[in-house]
Write a protein that binds this ligand. Structure first.
Ligand SMILES: *Cc1c(COP(=O)(O)O)cnc(C)c1O
Length: 367
């Protein structure tokens, strides 16, 4: 790109960013650079401080979110690096419904006297604003996992900044294509790149983005020191995944919207939660936990598995996890809609639901 070329749009960034220069005999793709150390005198020096394969991925992800990016060995490594910014005894405001690993980290830090945690209903903007008083950091996801509630990012960011708190948004569910929290006032964006960004359920990867150079420097220093760096092969695989992010998200989202509508009509389902964008749909089975478990075990195309954001469709009953908040219904099943043909996905769901309905009436006591 020359200095006066137009700013590329997201689909173009996903495909073109982070590539070697267009010069004879340069590879089109950044190679996997396996290096624990470098010849002295340059910027990299040592493998824990930097790697050209990470840089290619970070340039791409940073451009998509509108900031600078640091990648990590997992989403939770990115989460812990950000939470490490909070000073001793500082207060963190977070939604009661969040990714369980994040909630467990917050609870762990609080139980050891490191931080104080204020859990809020992230849809209640006024209550969140009130909770920001004296807080060091406001942390939230939108949509939330697995309740799929939506936060008013802009209003919360304004209130948090008035109170002097940093704003961190976990943008894993929305992806940088559907929502860019930095442009809405967030200071830091966090991703489990394990999910949509890598997109093939074969890599663990985390990312942090910020448009604040000072914050970037602090976070880079924390990564250098704490050492939760990504593997080089994983960085390469993740970048390969990003090349099709826009196509995968477009297709998965179209499938999800279609299935959400069909599921809402089904008598075995008492509630469908779909915020109108993204590819996660949560449904509540009318007959509760046993029906939800049966549903998850009866699909054939849909794989019963935790996690989300892969090309393949998966589902799970969230309350099977002890750490899941008790306010999440026992019969809630979270569907991660993939990119298969939507008719095949529906046929499989309908057959599994049919089984739940017929079993439910003949054998009421399922265990
Ligand atoms: C999976 C997930 C994480 C944690 O990421 P890992 O890569 O599993 O460590 C954090 N936030 C959200 C919203 C997630 O879905």
């Amino acid at each position: 790109m020359t200095a006066d070329s137009p700013t590329p749009r997201p689909a173009t960034i996903a495909v073109t960013a982070g590539r070697p220069p267009h010069e004879p005999d340069q590879p089109l793709n950044t190679p996997i650079v396996m290096a624990a150390t470098y010849v002295a005198g340059g910027d990299l020096e040592y493998g824990r401080y930097g790697n050209p394969t990470w840089t290619a991925l970070e340039d791409t992800l940073g451009a998509l979110e509108g900031g600078r990016c640091l990648t990590f060995s997992s989403g939770l490594a990115a989460v812990s690096t950000v939470l490490d910014l909070v000073g001793q005894g500082g207060t963190v405001v977070a939604p009661a419904h969040s990714y369980t690993g994040t909630l467990l980290q917050l609870a762990d830090l609080e139980s050891r006297g490191r931080i104080q945690v204020r859990l809020v209903d992230i849809t209640d903007t006024a209550a969140v604003a009130a909770a920001c008083d004296d807080a060091a950091l406001v942390w939230f996801e939108s949509p939330t996992n697995p309740a799929l509630e939506i936060a008013d990012i802009e209003a919360i960011a304004t209130a948090a900044h008035e109170a002097g708190a940093y704003v961190v948004v976990d943008n894993t569910f929305a992806t940088p294509l559907l929502q860019q929290p930095l442009s809405l006032g967030a200071d830091i964006v966090v991703h489990s790149a394990t999910k949509y960004i890598a997109g093939h359920s074969d890599v663990q990867m985390g990312a942090i983005m910020t448009a604040d150079d000072a914050l970037y420097g602090v976070l880079k220093g924390r990564r250098d020191l704490l050492g939760a760096i990504p593997g080089t092969f994983e960085a390469w695989l993740t970048l390969r995944g990003v090349r099709t992010l826009h196509l995968r998200v477009e297709r998965a989202q179209a499938n999800a919207a279609d299935l959400a509508g069909r599921l809402a009509e089904h008598p075995a389902i008492s509630q469908v939660r779909y915020p109108g964008f993204g590819a996660i749909v949560s449904v509540v089975l009318a007959d509760g936990a046993a029906a939800a478990d049966l549903f998850c075990h009866r699909t054939e195309l849909w794989i019963h598995a935790t996690s989300l954001g892969g090309v393949e469709s998966t589902l799970e009953r969230r309350r099977r996890w002890k750490a899941e908040p008790s306010t999440i219904p026992e019969g809630l099943v979270r569907l991660s809609v993939g990119i298969e043909d939507v008719e095949d996905l529906w046929t499989d769901l309908e057959a599994a639901l049919q089984h739940v309905t017929s079993r439910g009436s003949s054998t009421p006591a399922l265990d």
